[in-house]
Design a binder for this molecule. Sequence first.
Ligand code: NDP
Length: 356
Amino acid sequence: SKKTVIITGASSGLGLAAAKELVKSGEWRVILACRDFVKAERVARENNFPQENYLVLHLDLAANSSVRQFVTTFRSLNIPLDALVCNAAVYFPNAHKEGAFFPGLFPGGGPRWSADGHELSFATNYLGHFLLCNLLLEDLKKSTVKPARCIILGTVTASINDKEVGGMIPPVADLGDLKGLESGMQKPTTMIDNGRFNGAKAYKDSKVCDVMLMRELHKRHHASTGIAFSSLYPGCIADTNLFREHYPVFRFLFPILQREVTNAYVSEEEAGRRLAKCVADPAYAQSGVYFSWGGESGTGGAGGTDAVENMDASNDRFLQYGSFRTLKESEIGGDAGDDARCKRLWEFSEKLVGER
Ligand code: NDP
C-alpha cells in the first residue's frame, strides 16, 4: 500500500514540484496542505494527479486554530502518516521600504500579521510549522515506515555557518538575544531580536528558526522515536512565487544572475526531485542533518555522490556554489548550532502556541 506524506504549501513552487515527483512514483499518497483549497485542487488536476494519489486539505499556517483543525481533519481520515514536509513560506522583501525613492514601485505596506497577532513571515514560515510538527509527532511515531521523516526547509541565507556566501548578504539573519520573542512577539513587536522591522530579515530569521526547530526536534525526539528530522537547501529556485513581492526588475534579473553568474540557479523540477529524495530515498534518511545543494545538475552531489557517501566528504568547498554536501549535526553552526538558544526558542514557541 501507499505511503503518505503531508506537504505544506504544495500549491506552487517547490512544494508542488516535489508533490509531482512523489505522486508520479506511484508509491506515495500526497496530502497537499494548502491555504487556498481551490487553487490546490486546480493545480492537482492540471498536473493530472491520479485521484487515489493525492488529497487536498485546508491548512493556513498563519492561524494556530487552522493548524489544529488541519490535524483533527487529517486524523479523522484514519490514514497513517509516514512523512511530513514543512515547506510553505512567505517573503516580504520590500515591506519595510514604503515611500522610498520611488513611491509606488515598492509594495511597502509595513508588517503584516497572523490571526494570532504575530508578524506574518515568522508565523507562517516558523511558528505554524512548530505547532504542526509538535502535533503530528504522535502520528509520525505510529508509522510503520522506518524511519518516518520530518523535513523542514531551510535556506542558504539562514546563516547556518559562517562560510556560505548567501548568508553574508545583508540584511543578515540575526536573532539577537531573542528579546522580541521573549516579550511575546505580539503586535507591534515584529522582530525576534526586537529590532526595527525589516521584511527581508524577518524571512531570514524565520528560516534560521526552522533549522533550529529541526535540530531541537532531533535532540528531543530522534532517539526515542526513530523519526528522522532533516533540513535542506534545495538550491536557488530563482523564479518561484516566493519572489512575488520583489520589484519587477529584480524578478527579471535575479534568475539571470543566479544562472549566469553565481551558478546557483536550479529549476523547480530539479529542486522538486531533490526534496522528493529527502522524503523517499534511503540515502537521505539521516537525522539531525542539513542537506545543501547548489546549482549543479542532477540530484546527487558533485560526481554523483549521494547523501550517505557525502557525509565524510571534505566540506572545504563551502564558498563554491554548486557542490552538494551533507552537514552533520555537529557541522550546523550559527544560531542553529547553539544548543542553549535552540532550547530557548523551543520554550518560547511553546508558550506562543499555548502548548505549555
Ligand atoms: P512559493 O511562494 O512558490 O511557495 C510557497 C507556498 O507556501 C505556496 O504554495 C503558498 O501558497 C504557501 N503558503 C504561503 N502562506 C501560507 C500559509 N499561511 N499557509 C499555508 N500555506 C502557505 O515559494 P517556494 O516554492 O520558492 O518556497 C518553498 C520553500 O522553499 C520555502 O520554505 C522557502 O523558504 C524555501 N526556499 C526557496 C528558495 C528559492 O530560491 N525559491 C531557496 C531556498 C529555500 P499559495 O500557493 O496559496 O500562494
